[in-house]
Ligand binder design. Structure first.
Ligand code: ADP
Ligand code: MG
Length: 462
């Protein structure tokens, strides 16, 4: 039975009442997307997005009663259905309704196609097209492409791990962009783990958990970056656990990245870590020389300068830490070429440009600022001893203070990574890279860290 005019009036009234009774955001996320499918006698069928939406709608009984008394002079029972509960008949009804409303301008259709109201955060510049394949990322790339064709199935979740600057974030966005291309209406969110945590904390503070839940639990694709930075703020992990389960159960695709494999994620509980391994875990490592050349060539082509092969191979040979630094080196050379108006960048020129970059890393520093002074100040700031900082303890607070100290030494003195490692009980330079990265990232997302660094810099400056 198609909807009669009176049914449409009833539904319009329900939404009007809802709108005047709740916050706009709640209305937009929870009420607006629902659709009236049919009214037969006293029974109405309503399509909602998820079980969560059902719960919310159930609490709107008074409102629906008011609208139905006003319109029909009688109480209507409304039955809430999610998409997979629709019978074939309901489904046909719904299709007819939607077809009618898109063909016929008379039918009110403002709510029917309410778009997903959250930003996907996808960066267009990261695509599969500009991700260079090599032995070290072949399997990851293949899996990443597969899930855009066959999401929520074989590789769910897809867990990508590997060191900093090796293309994990690039791949997440590439998956998102491709997914969006193939399914323009899919609900996609890219977020860092800190982003998720911040969202959660804000939502619970503002008492808007309903919005948070409708944001993350209705997704078709969740791209969660850097799960090693998941902090254990109250409630956050439980929320993530529930989100994960709900998405997984409805075959939404989940992709996670981390700098280490699941079993080394000591910030997360076992039950979550074990879920991470349900799909496919894949590792990306530093590209070999040939792949590095291919990455550089691809970028150099777009630069407007001519880079002979020897120059490319020279740069590829110089940088073997990660792709980000590789790109940084190329940028540095391009910049020098621009400044000196060189059209063809030969090896000698590149060599000189890279040398300048290295030496400028050793910034001019205040003559009285030393490594010892930074260690002292950081230890005092966090109420620890210098021995705590340089010793083997792995307590969270100590490890964090140690990372701050490493970061400040690198930032303020430009000391080399191995030398910094040495200063902290002969730790490996990769530990220092990691520390600098953690603090740099945290400063972007965590006010406390930002404040600590500012305070410490001020103290060290005086
Ligand atoms: P991660 O998230 O692993 O730290 P990113 O994804 O941020 O690393 O990558 C760092 C930079 O290196 C980005 O600019 C990215 O585009 C580039 N990059 C990494 N791997 C590749 C690759 N295989 N091909 C092209 N660019 C790459
Ligand atoms: Mg990243």
């Amino acid at each position: 039975m198609p909807l009669k005019d009176i049914d449409k009036r009833f539904w319009k009234r329900v939404k009007e009442l809802a709108k005047s009774n709740m916050k706009d955001t709640t209305y937009d996320y929870l009420i607006a997307p629902a659709q009236l499918i049919s009214v037969n006698g006293n029974d109405a069928k309503v399509l909602v997005d998820s079980n969560f939406h059902k719960d919310y709608w159930r609490r709107q009984q008074d409102l629906v009663n008011t609208a139905s008394l006003e319109t029909y002079g009688d109480i209507i029972n409304y039955h809430l259905l999610s998409k997979d509960e629709l019978s074939e008949k309901d489904y046909k009804e719904l299709n007819k309704l939607n077809a009618a409303s898109s063909n016929d301008g008379n039918v009110e259709n403002d709510e029917e196609t309410a778009p997903f109201p959250f930003k996907s955060n996808l960066l267009k510049k990261y695509t599969f097209d500009n991700f260079i394949e090599g032995d070290q990322n072949r399997m990851t790339l293949a899996a990443a492409m597969t899930i855009t064709d066959d999401p929520g199935n074989l590789y769910n979740p897809l867990f990508i791990f590997g060191g900093s600057g090796l293309g994990k974030t690039h791949l997440l966005h590439a998956i998102g962009n491709e997914f969006h291309k193939k399914r323009p209406r899919a609900k996609i969110i890219y977020t860092s783990s800190e982003g998720f945590v911040t969202d959660y904390v804000n939502a619970s503070r503002k008492k808007q958990m309903d919005i948070f839940v409708s944001k993350y639990r209705n997704l078709d694709l969740l791209l969660l970056d850097d799960v090693q930075f998941f902090s254990d703020k109250e409630g956050t992990k439980n929320e993530f656990f529930s989100t994960f389960n709900e998405l997984y159960e409805k075959d939404a695709q989940i992709v996670l990245t981390s700098d280490r494999p699941p079993n080394e994620l000591d910030n997360l509980e076992e039950r979550l870590v074990s879920r991470f391994s349900w799909g496919l875990t894949t590792n990306i490592t530093m590209p070999d020389f040939e792949t590095r050349m291919a990455i550089l060539m691809n970028k150099a082509e777009k630069s407007g300068f001519i880079f002979p092969d020897e120059t490319i191979s020279y740069i590829a040979g110089q940088i073997n830490s990660n792709v980000r630094e590789l790109e940084g080196a190329l940028n540095q050379v391009e910049f020098a070429a621009k400044m000196e108006k060189v059209a063809v960048v030969d090896t000698t020129f590149a060599e000189k440009a890279l040398d300048t970059m290295r030496s400028s890393n050793y910034r001019q520093h205040k003559s009285n600022l030393t490594i010892t002074k930074i260690k002292d100040e950081v230890a005092r700031y966090y109420h620890l001893t210098v021995a705590d900082l340089t010793g083997p303890k792995r307590l969270k607070e100590i490890a964090f203070a140690r990372q701050v100290a490493m970061y400040l030494i690198r930032e303020l003195l430009g000391t080399s990574l191995p030398a910094i490692g040495n200063e902290f009980g002969k730790r490996d330079h990769t530990t220092v890279i990691y520390a600098v990265r953690v603090i740099t990232d945290k400063m972007k997302t965590d006010n406390d860290t930002q404040r600590d660094i500012d305070n410490l810099k001020r103290k060290l400056d005086s």
